[in-house]
Write a protein that binds this ligand. Structure first.
Ligand code: CTP
Ligand code: MG
Length: 227
């Protein structure tokens, strides 16, 4: 299967509040985006890379990613919502791509094994695949400040990226979702259209860097990673 990687990296990073767009914030001396793309390429399953960036950052990104030797690198400008950015990225893929991995720049430490597992599930015939982790906290449903239910956490999962899709299905789903209320992940858009979404094991170290404390944890995890 020919696999395209779409990396949404066009967000502002308001919650991290690090004075620059989040994908360009440094982790162990390198931008989050560089970590994310390097991890994906190390998997050996990616043939084309599309990075979606804030306006005015194209040249910076080409320069940052040059040392990584991306097989076929395209850089496009994103939109107001994550979903708009992913759609722009999907549109920039060559038409002969069979499967697409959508992977947030903010989830910089996803290990290569997850990319391999997601692609293996696509090759086995899945239309949509997400990496998941079990929920370790107790989860309650709260309405108007009152607990109304303790949810059975054995049925819940935390969802990560990279998420994998058949190219045609992802393209059609993003077109169908144009103008609708933005989804928080791409699998959600396919779910809404009735597609089955399969799961593979996620990785606990693949945290999404959202808040300043996430960046601190990521620094520790990078230090702990085997070289
Ligand atoms: N993203 C994007 N385009 C947007 C919004 C988000 O490409 N309009 C990307 C981000 O760059 C990030 C991923 O989607 O890699 C996940 O989004 P999130 O963690 O929410 O990042 P930000 O939107 O940058 O952060 P915040 O919501 O705190 O501003
Ligand atoms: Mg956001």
């Amino acid at each position: 299967m020919k696999i395209g990687l779409v990396v949404p990296a066009a967000g502002r990073g308001d919650r991290l509040a690090a004075g620059r767009p989040k994908a360009f914030v440094l982790l162990a001396g390198e931008p989050l985006l560089v970590h994310a793309v390097r991890g994906a390429l190390s998997s050996g399953v990616v043939d084309v890379v599309v990075v979606v960036v804030p306006a005015g950052m194209r040249d910076t990104v080409l320069e940052l990613l040059a040392p990584l030797d991306c097989p076929d690198l395209r850089v496009v400008v994103g939109g107001g919502e994550r979903q708009d950015s992913v759609r722009a990225g999907v549109h920039a893929l060559p038409s002969d791509v069979d499967g697409v991995l959508v992977h947030d720049a903010a989830r910089s430490l996803a290990p290569p094994r997850v990319f391999v597992d997601v692609v293996a599930a696509l090759e086995a015939g899945a239309v949509a695949v997400v990496p998941t982790l079990a929920v370790s906290d107790t989860i309650k449903r709260v309405v108007d400040g009152v607990v109304v239910e303790t949810v059975d956490r054995r049925e819940l999962a935390v969802v990560q990226t990279p998420q994998g899709f058949r190219h045609d299905a992802l393209h059609a789903a993003h077109e169908a979702a144009r103008g609708a209320a933005p989804a928080t992940d791409d699998a959600g858009i396919l779910e809404a259209l009735g597609h089955e979404v399969r799961v593979v094991p996620g990785a606990p170290e693949a945290i999404k860097i959202t808040l300043p404390q996430d960046l601190l944890l990521a620094e520790v995890l990078v230090g702990a990673a085997p070289t």
